[in-house]
Unconditional design. Structure first.
Length: 109
């Protein structure tokens, strides 16, 4: 994922949590704020309850790959993805992609 598509500062995350709208499905919670910037910016919040660091980083890398595919077609705004699975293993890459696509389709409606 290119740097222009990432949330970088703590202020951006705080704004999303304070003013954001929430959508969720059984795999993820998506918190988003629309804005007038030219691009969509994505952030990921994976709890320490989800496995060890290797497992969290793998999930984060997979989510970055999925979001980079949707970055060009998603409306401008700030988006934070939070997984809702902690005790079980992460779903496969195709299932992750399908559930994230479902959330972004609901945002565009």
């Amino acid at each position: 994922m290119k740097k222009i598509y990432r949330l970088k500062s703590n202020l951006q995350y705080k704004m999303v949590y304070k003013k954001g709208n929430v959508l969720s499905n059984k795999a993820f919670t998506l918190i988003f704020v629309r804005n007038n910037f030219n691009t969509a910016k994505f952030g990921f919040n994976i709890s320490g309850k989800y496995g060890k660091a290797v497992k969290r980083n793998k999930l984060r890398r997979q989510l970055k790959a999925v979001c980079s595919e949707f970055a060009a077609t998603t409306q401008a705004g700030f988006y934070v993805l939070r997984p809702r699975f902690y005790a079980c293993d992460a779903p496969t890459f195709e299932v992750l992609k399908k559930s994230v696509k479902e959330l972004f389709d609901r945002v565009d409606k």
